[in-house]
Design a protein around this ligand. Structure first.
Ligand code: CO8
Length: 255
């Protein structure tokens, strides 16, 4: 039972590897995940891919067996720790992709929602079933799900706890794309569609779009003006525009 971090070509790959419990996240696994995110942040990986071991589950959520018999304070600290670990994904210098290769429930879907993108195999099933346990999501689901799919659909998923299959997830924008075949290979192919561009400029795009959902539009537009001006100052912008004028392929250097 562990979380594996390895390098696959130009990517960091995290595999949640606890198949006997459908890759459920115990508190110690969440802490381990946080340490791996810190390591990835320092690496030169062009994107982080996260998937689950086996073909049955991405992650079936928080480890339910650990959730009982805890004091109110411990419970709140547990939620805050999980939220802080998942929030590290936003701060990574590179984008992240959740490859949802089976069940993604509760904290598992919340982990996927914290990634920049989500792709899912056709057998994937997703939901926030906490309500069936007498709970509500605690690792960011109430905040990130409405941002991804809108308030009415998010409220329905959270208040009914119902399971959404892969096709519906793609239709409502819960996942970006459905994949077929080897999940990691598909994840790599998906990531290469954007990691061929300048990493810092991709970072400005992520930051600007993130602010769109957190700020009033006027403030968001100011952020966009500042970040797009920063993008203009990069050597990669000079290269991209020169390549266009010279009718050649740009060669971005991440600076
Ligand atoms: N936690 C612990 N063990 C789990 C979990 C889980 N979330 N999910 C599955 N397992 C275990 C099962 O207990 C079982 O173990 P065993 O063989 O020892 O009995 C094994 O994994 C296989 O599971 P099933 O036999 O149930 O497999 P099925 O294919 O029949 O069903 C399901 C798969 C539908 C995914 C089913 O396992 C299920 O409903 N799991 C629970 C899903 C769920 O409710 N997830 C939400 C958990 S709560 C949460 O994530 C809250 C996050 C915020 C918390 C903040 C707190 C601090």
């Amino acid at each position: 039972m562990s979380i594996e971090l390895k390098r696959v070509e130009e990517f960091a790959l995290i595999t949640l590897n606890r198949p006997d419990a459908l890759n459920a996240l115990s508190f110690s696994l969440i802490a381990e995940l946080g340490r791996h995110f810190d390591e990835v942040a320092k690496s030169d990986a062009r994107a982080l891919l996260i998937t689950g071991a086996g073909t049955k589950a991405f992650c079936a959520g928080a480890d339910i067996k650990e959730l009982t018999g805890r004091s109110l304070i411990a419970q709140k600290e547990g939620a805050e720790k999980g939220q802080a670990v998942f929030a590290k994904l936003d701060k990574l210098p590179m984008p992240s992709v959740a490859i949802i290769n089976g069940y993604a429930f509760g904290g598992g879907l919340e982990l996927a929602l914290a990634c920049t993108f989500r792709i899912a195999s056709k057998n994937a099933k997703m939901g926030l079933p906490e309500i069936k346990l007498g709970l509500i999501p605690g690792y960011g689901g109430t905040q990130r799900l409405p941002r991804a799919i809108g308030e009415p659909r998010a409220l329905e998923m959270i208040m009914t706890g119902r399971t959404v299959d892969a096709e519906e997830a793609a239709r409502i924008g819960l996942v970006n794309r459905l994949i077929d075949g080897d999940a990691v290979e598909q994840g790599i192919a998906y990531a290469r569609e954007f990691t061929c561009y300048s990493l810092p400029v991709l970072g400005y795009a992520r930051e600007a779009v993130k602010r769109a959902l957190d700020n009033p539009v006027g403030e968001g537009l100011r952020v966009e003006a500042n970040l797009s001006t920063l993008a203009f100052q990069t050597a990669d912008a000079a290269e991209g525009m020169d390549a266009f004028r010279s009718k050649r392929k740009p060669s971005f250097k991440d600076n």
